[in-house]
Design a protein around this ligand. Structure first.
Ligand code: GLU
Length: 297
């Protein structure tokens, strides 16, 4: 299958250094493979979306020379696909409506914690709503050995998560009517034919859920690479909320050079003179570091 990678920003603010690192890493991986690079705007979380942020991110990417090979995909225009997928899962009995409020779940987790058992969703509504109104839709995860998901991360090595004990049946459509990130990302990556996911390690914890959902839907599982998350002095992930500053689009080479250094890439002097020089040097450095050969696959 031909290589297809993507960058999937949430429009909650302008592109900052942390998101530039993810964008650059996914772009370099696509170029090093000789593959395609796509951009998807993850704007379905309406309460968190900031008006104008998506356009701003797209303009900054263009200013930095990170051009996508196809027009951007907007999640907000793909709601019908998410609904269709939910119906498909309903028909197989893999999902069920859940009537639990946040408080009920928190209380039962506290209770479980006191007994020193699992912190995952306890499966209260698995066998019925107990007279409560349906609020969210959850995907049933397997029990026992089948719940143990293992995958090879190209940067971080072998990862294992037990979906039953560490996660529990997870939400695909939220109580507030919003589509869950887990459902949207799996449907979108599959529909776009994404073969390689390169993103920040803050999403590592979601990957086992996404692989499980891919199997339920019978779609291929991409390769995964999670780059270390950029943190501030307090060790928190950079975000608009904790004061990450927007990138200066007037001096792209400076920020790109810093992002490449963060990824451990040795560029040599040619990498610092022009954007073209930077991208050529960074693509070869990435290919060397990750052991990638240009095959288009
Ligand atoms: N929209 C997510 C974010 O900005 C990224 C999702 C992904 O790459 O799978 O954190």
């Amino acid at each position: 299958m031909a290589y297809r990678g993507r960058f999937a920003p949430s429009p909650t603010g302008p592109l900052h250094f942390g998101s530039l690192v993810s964008a650059l890493a996914s772009w370099l991986d696509a170029r090093a493979h000789g593959g395609a690079w796509l951009v998807r705007i993850e704007d379905i979380d309406a309460p968190r979306a900031v008006p104008g942020a998506a356009e701003d991110i797209l303009a900054t990417l263009a200013r930095f020379g990170l051009h996508a090979d196809e027009p951007p995909v907007w999640q907000s225009r793909r709601i019908a696909r998410y609904q269709e997928t939910l119906e498909q899962l309903k028909a197989t009995g893999l999902i069920y409506p859940c009537g639990c409020t946040r408080k009920e779940i928190a209380d039962s987790l506290l209770h479980a914690h006191a007994r020193n058992t699992t912190l995952a969703y306890p499966g209260t509504c698995r066998d019925g709503l107990h007279g409560k109104p349906a609020r969210a839709w959850r995907l049933r995860v397997p029990d026992g050995q089948a719940a143990v998901m293992t995958f090879e991360d190209r940067w971080q090595g072998t990862q294992t998560q037990n979906l039953a004990t560490e996660v529990g049946d997870f939400v695909l459509k939220r109580a507030d009517g919003q589509w869950a990130y887990q459902l949207a990302v799996v449907v979108d990556d599959a529909d776009a034919g994404v073969t390689h996911v390169v993103r920040g390690a803050d999403l590592m914890d979601s990957t086992a859920r996404q692989i499980y959902l891919q199997r339920c839907l019978g779609v291929p599982t991409p390769e995964y690479l999670h780059v270390p998350v950029v943190t501030n002095d307090q060790g928190e992930k950079l975000s608009k909320q904790n004061g990450a500053i927007a990138l200066d689009a007037e001096t792209p080479l400076e920020a790109l050079g810093a992002a490449a250094r963060y990824l451990g890439l040795e560029l040599g002097s040619a990498g610092h003179t022009t954007p073209e020089g930077f991208y050529a040097a960074a693509t070869s450095a990435w290919a060397r570091r990750m052991g990638v050969r240009k095959t288009g696959r």
